[in-house]
Design a protein. Structure first.
Length: 146
């Protein structure tokens, strides 16, 4: 199977079983952001998690290998049309340079890893409207000289 076919099968099975990503992640013993990303094809799964995922969703032969495949992480350079994704794109557009300056002032010349990385999404209740709390936790990787 191709990774895209497995992603489609997972999304269809998720809806049919009426499962949330939190429930899926809990049953796999992993974080919801990582599980969602892996189920959508942007991360590869270790063998045991791929086996559990195949069992959870009754996936066909070949799905396990596709889930374990290293992904090509590519996305469109077009401005996203989905409002939620666009707002995240907008945050980076408006605050990206600011974040770069603040991070480099605190840590030095380098980047935040997206490999040694964790991300969490929390809901913070607020009487004026619930808040979305995104936490990105990445290892700082200094540029080296040679």
């Amino acid at each position: 199977m191709k990774k895209e076919e497995v992603v489609e099968a997972i999304v269809l099975a998720k809806h049919a079983k009426e499962l949330s990503w939190e429930e899926i992640a809990s049953s796999l013993g992993r974080g919801s952001v990582w599980v969602t990303s892996a189920c959508l094809g942007m991360n590869s799964m270790p063998e045991d998690v791929a086996e559990q995922t195949c069992a959870l969703f009754d996936l066909p032969e070949g799905a396990k290998a596709a889930l374990m495949q290293y992904p090509t992480k590519a996305w469109s350079w077009d401005v996203p049309q989905d409002p939620l994704i666009y707002r995240l794109y907008e945050v980076v557009g408006v605050y990206g340079e600011t974040l770069k300056q603040v991070i480099q002032e605190k840590f030095g010349d380098g980047i935040m890893s997206a490999i040694d990385f964790e991300m969490y999404v929390e809901k913070k209740e607020d009487p004026k409207g619930d808040r979305v709390v995104l936490t990105m936790d990445g290892k700082f990787l200094p540029y080296k000289t040679w």
